[in-house]
Design a protein. Structure first.
Length: 245
Protein backbone atom coordinates (compact mmCIF):
# COMPACT_ATOMS: atom_id res chain seq x y z
CA UNK A 1 0.00 0.00 0.00
CA UNK A 2 1.40 3.37 -1.00
CA UNK A 3 1.07 6.47 1.10
CA UNK A 4 0.39 9.72 -0.73
CA UNK A 5 2.01 12.79 0.79
CA UNK A 6 -0.37 15.66 1.49
CA UNK A 7 0.76 19.17 0.54
CA UNK A 8 1.49 21.67 3.27
CA UNK A 9 -0.72 24.74 3.04
CA UNK A 10 0.79 27.95 4.39
CA UNK A 11 -1.68 29.97 6.43
CA UNK A 12 -1.89 33.49 4.98
CA UNK A 13 -1.75 36.51 7.24
CA UNK A 14 -5.26 37.58 8.27
CA UNK A 15 -6.16 41.16 7.48
CA UNK A 16 -7.62 43.45 10.14
CA UNK A 17 -10.96 43.44 8.28
CA UNK A 18 -11.18 39.64 8.35
CA UNK A 19 -10.15 39.55 12.00
CA UNK A 20 -13.08 41.80 12.81
CA UNK A 21 -15.40 39.51 10.80
CA UNK A 22 -14.08 36.55 12.80
CA UNK A 23 -14.95 38.30 16.06
CA UNK A 24 -18.42 39.23 14.74
CA UNK A 25 -19.04 35.64 13.58
CA UNK A 26 -17.87 34.37 16.96
CA UNK A 27 -20.33 36.64 18.83
CA UNK A 28 -23.20 35.85 16.42
CA UNK A 29 -22.81 32.09 16.94
CA UNK A 30 -22.99 31.73 20.67
CA UNK A 31 -19.32 32.50 21.15
CA UNK A 32 -18.45 28.99 20.04
CA UNK A 33 -15.07 28.48 18.42
CA UNK A 34 -16.05 25.29 16.55
CA UNK A 35 -19.17 26.90 15.08
CA UNK A 36 -17.18 29.98 14.09
CA UNK A 37 -14.63 27.74 12.37
CA UNK A 38 -17.39 26.15 10.25
CA UNK A 39 -19.12 29.45 9.47
CA UNK A 40 -16.03 31.23 8.13
CA UNK A 41 -15.36 28.55 5.53
CA UNK A 42 -17.17 30.56 2.84
CA UNK A 43 -15.10 33.62 3.78
CA UNK A 44 -11.64 32.01 3.58
CA UNK A 45 -12.15 28.76 1.70
CA UNK A 46 -11.44 25.28 3.01
CA UNK A 47 -7.69 25.61 3.31
CA UNK A 48 -7.37 29.37 3.72
CA UNK A 49 -9.34 29.81 6.94
CA UNK A 50 -7.56 30.13 10.29
CA UNK A 51 -7.50 27.14 12.60
CA UNK A 52 -9.68 26.79 15.67
CA UNK A 53 -6.66 27.54 17.83
CA UNK A 54 -5.95 30.73 15.82
CA UNK A 55 -9.58 31.83 16.29
CA UNK A 56 -9.35 31.19 20.03
CA UNK A 57 -6.12 33.20 20.29
CA UNK A 58 -7.70 36.06 18.32
CA UNK A 59 -10.71 36.11 20.66
CA UNK A 60 -8.48 36.01 23.76
CA UNK A 61 -6.39 38.88 22.41
CA UNK A 62 -9.51 40.93 21.67
CA UNK A 63 -10.85 40.31 25.17
CA UNK A 64 -7.58 41.31 26.86
CA UNK A 65 -6.60 44.28 24.67
CA UNK A 66 -9.85 45.40 23.02
CA UNK A 67 -8.09 45.28 19.65
CA UNK A 68 -7.43 42.78 16.87
CA UNK A 69 -4.06 44.32 16.00
CA UNK A 70 -0.88 42.37 16.65
CA UNK A 71 0.73 43.04 19.99
CA UNK A 72 4.20 44.56 19.45
CA UNK A 73 6.97 42.24 20.59
CA UNK A 74 8.95 43.96 23.35
CA UNK A 75 12.60 44.53 22.49
CA UNK A 76 14.89 42.87 24.97
CA UNK A 77 17.62 45.26 26.04
CA UNK A 78 20.84 43.57 27.04
CA UNK A 79 21.91 44.85 30.45
CA UNK A 80 25.52 44.91 29.30
CA UNK A 81 24.77 47.54 26.66
CA UNK A 82 23.24 50.00 29.07
CA UNK A 83 23.51 53.76 28.59
CA UNK A 84 26.01 53.87 31.44
CA UNK A 85 28.27 51.23 29.88
CA UNK A 86 28.04 52.84 26.43
CA UNK A 87 29.11 56.17 27.92
CA UNK A 88 31.98 54.46 29.78
CA UNK A 89 33.25 52.76 26.60
CA UNK A 90 32.95 56.01 24.64
CA UNK A 91 34.98 57.90 27.26
CA UNK A 92 37.57 55.11 27.30
CA UNK A 93 37.98 55.34 23.51
CA UNK A 94 38.45 59.11 23.67
CA UNK A 95 41.17 58.72 26.31
CA UNK A 96 43.02 55.88 24.54
CA UNK A 97 41.79 54.93 21.05
CA UNK A 98 44.67 52.45 20.57
CA UNK A 99 43.72 50.18 23.47
CA UNK A 100 42.76 46.64 22.47
CA UNK A 101 39.24 45.32 23.09
CA UNK A 102 40.34 42.66 25.64
CA UNK A 103 42.37 45.22 27.57
CA UNK A 104 39.56 47.79 27.45
CA UNK A 105 37.06 45.17 28.62
CA UNK A 106 39.29 44.31 31.57
CA UNK A 107 39.62 47.95 32.60
CA UNK A 108 35.87 48.60 32.39
CA UNK A 109 34.80 45.32 33.99
CA UNK A 110 32.80 44.25 30.91
CA UNK A 111 32.88 41.08 28.87
CA UNK A 112 34.83 41.18 25.63
CA UNK A 113 31.69 40.52 23.58
CA UNK A 114 29.76 43.32 25.31
CA UNK A 115 32.58 45.78 24.64
CA UNK A 116 32.77 44.65 21.01
CA UNK A 117 29.01 45.11 20.55
CA UNK A 118 29.09 48.59 22.08
CA UNK A 119 31.99 49.62 19.85
CA UNK A 120 30.44 48.24 16.66
CA UNK A 121 26.69 48.66 17.13
CA UNK A 122 26.33 51.62 19.50
CA UNK A 123 29.40 53.72 18.70
CA UNK A 124 29.83 52.54 15.07
CA UNK A 125 33.57 52.06 15.56
CA UNK A 126 35.73 49.45 13.87
CA UNK A 127 39.17 48.17 14.87
CA UNK A 128 42.04 49.01 12.58
CA UNK A 129 45.74 48.31 12.38
CA UNK A 130 48.19 50.85 11.00
CA UNK A 131 50.33 49.32 8.25
CA UNK A 132 53.44 50.89 6.75
CA UNK A 133 53.70 50.20 3.02
CA UNK A 134 56.07 51.29 0.27
CA UNK A 135 53.43 51.63 -2.44
CA UNK A 136 49.91 52.95 -2.90
CA UNK A 137 47.01 50.72 -3.78
CA UNK A 138 45.35 51.34 -7.17
CA UNK A 139 42.23 52.76 -5.53
CA UNK A 140 44.26 55.21 -3.41
CA UNK A 141 44.88 57.41 -6.44
CA UNK A 142 41.25 58.27 -7.06
CA UNK A 143 39.47 58.07 -3.69
CA UNK A 144 37.27 61.07 -2.95
CA UNK A 145 39.64 62.67 -0.43
CA UNK A 146 42.59 62.39 -2.83
CA UNK A 147 40.69 63.82 -5.78
CA UNK A 148 39.28 66.72 -3.72
CA UNK A 149 42.79 67.65 -2.59
CA UNK A 150 44.23 67.45 -6.11
CA UNK A 151 41.40 69.48 -7.63
CA UNK A 152 41.98 72.17 -4.99
CA UNK A 153 45.75 72.29 -5.49
CA UNK A 154 45.77 71.81 -9.28
CA UNK A 155 42.46 72.99 -10.75
CA UNK A 156 41.88 71.84 -14.36
CA UNK A 157 45.31 70.16 -14.42
CA UNK A 158 44.64 66.80 -12.78
CA UNK A 159 45.40 63.85 -15.05
CA UNK A 160 42.87 61.20 -14.02
CA UNK A 161 39.68 59.48 -15.07
CA UNK A 162 36.71 61.84 -15.33
CA UNK A 163 38.96 64.86 -14.77
CA UNK A 164 39.94 67.83 -16.93
CA UNK A 165 42.79 65.79 -18.46
CA UNK A 166 41.85 62.16 -19.06
CA UNK A 167 44.34 59.45 -18.07
CA UNK A 168 45.95 57.92 -21.21
CA UNK A 169 45.12 54.25 -21.87
CA UNK A 170 47.68 51.75 -20.58
CA UNK A 171 49.89 54.61 -19.39
CA UNK A 172 51.80 52.37 -16.95
CA UNK A 173 53.09 50.37 -19.91
CA UNK A 174 54.44 53.60 -21.42
CA UNK A 175 55.97 55.09 -18.26
CA UNK A 176 59.66 54.19 -17.68
CA UNK A 177 59.29 54.78 -13.95
CA UNK A 178 56.56 52.12 -13.79
CA UNK A 179 57.83 49.48 -16.20
CA UNK A 180 61.49 49.78 -15.17
CA UNK A 181 62.73 52.05 -12.40
CA UNK A 182 60.54 51.14 -9.41
CA UNK A 183 61.00 47.39 -9.81
CA UNK A 184 64.72 47.73 -10.57
CA UNK A 185 65.38 49.93 -7.54
CA UNK A 186 63.24 47.75 -5.26
CA UNK A 187 65.32 44.67 -6.05
CA UNK A 188 68.53 46.57 -5.28
CA UNK A 189 67.19 48.26 -2.14
CA UNK A 190 65.94 45.10 -0.44
CA UNK A 191 68.85 42.87 -1.42
CA UNK A 192 70.33 43.15 2.10
CA UNK A 193 66.98 43.53 3.93
CA UNK A 194 67.48 46.99 5.54
CA UNK A 195 66.15 47.12 9.10
CA UNK A 196 66.05 50.89 9.69
CA UNK A 197 64.73 53.94 7.84
CA UNK A 198 68.26 55.30 7.55
CA UNK A 199 69.52 52.09 5.95
CA UNK A 200 66.54 52.07 3.58
CA UNK A 201 67.20 55.67 2.47
CA UNK A 202 70.89 54.91 1.97
CA UNK A 203 70.07 51.89 -0.20
CA UNK A 204 67.65 53.93 -2.33
CA UNK A 205 70.18 56.70 -2.90
CA UNK A 206 72.91 54.18 -3.76
CA UNK A 207 70.67 52.26 -6.18
CA UNK A 208 69.77 55.48 -8.02
CA UNK A 209 73.41 56.64 -8.22
CA UNK A 210 74.54 53.29 -9.63
CA UNK A 211 72.25 53.47 -12.66
CA UNK A 212 74.61 53.80 -15.65
CA UNK A 213 73.96 55.90 -18.79
CA UNK A 214 73.86 52.79 -20.99
CA UNK A 215 71.06 51.37 -18.86
CA UNK A 216 69.09 54.60 -19.31
CA UNK A 217 69.65 54.33 -23.08
CA UNK A 218 68.28 50.77 -23.02
CA UNK A 219 65.20 52.01 -21.20
CA UNK A 220 64.57 54.68 -23.85
CA UNK A 221 65.07 52.13 -26.63
CA UNK A 222 62.52 49.87 -24.98
CA UNK A 223 60.19 52.85 -24.64
CA UNK A 224 60.33 53.41 -28.41
CA UNK A 225 59.47 49.75 -28.99
CA UNK A 226 56.49 50.10 -26.68
CA UNK A 227 55.25 53.12 -28.64
CA UNK A 228 55.47 51.13 -31.89
CA UNK A 229 53.53 48.22 -30.40
CA UNK A 230 50.97 50.62 -28.97
CA UNK A 231 50.39 52.09 -32.43
CA UNK A 232 50.03 48.64 -34.04
CA UNK A 233 47.54 47.44 -31.44
CA UNK A 234 45.50 50.62 -31.48
CA UNK A 235 46.29 51.40 -27.86
CA UNK A 236 45.67 47.85 -26.63
CA UNK A 237 47.51 45.82 -24.01
CA UNK A 238 51.28 45.46 -24.40
CA UNK A 239 51.42 41.79 -23.49
CA UNK A 240 54.42 40.90 -25.68
CA UNK A 241 56.83 43.59 -24.46
CA UNK A 242 59.75 42.30 -22.38
CA UNK A 243 62.36 44.65 -20.97
CA UNK A 244 65.96 43.57 -21.52
CA UNK A 245 68.89 45.25 -19.78
Amino acid sequence: MSVKALPFVKMPSISIENRIKNIETYNENGRCVKTTYRKIRDMFGRHGRPSENAIKNLVDKFKSTGSTNNIPTPIRVRPGRSAENIAAVSESVEQDPNLSIPRRSQQLGLSTMTTWRILRKDLSLKPYKVQLVQELKPADHYVRQTMDLLQTKFPDRVISRNSAVNWPPRSCDLTPLDYFLWGYVKDKVYADNPLTIEALKANIERAIREIEPQLCQNVITNFNKRIDVCRRTGGGHLNDIIFHL
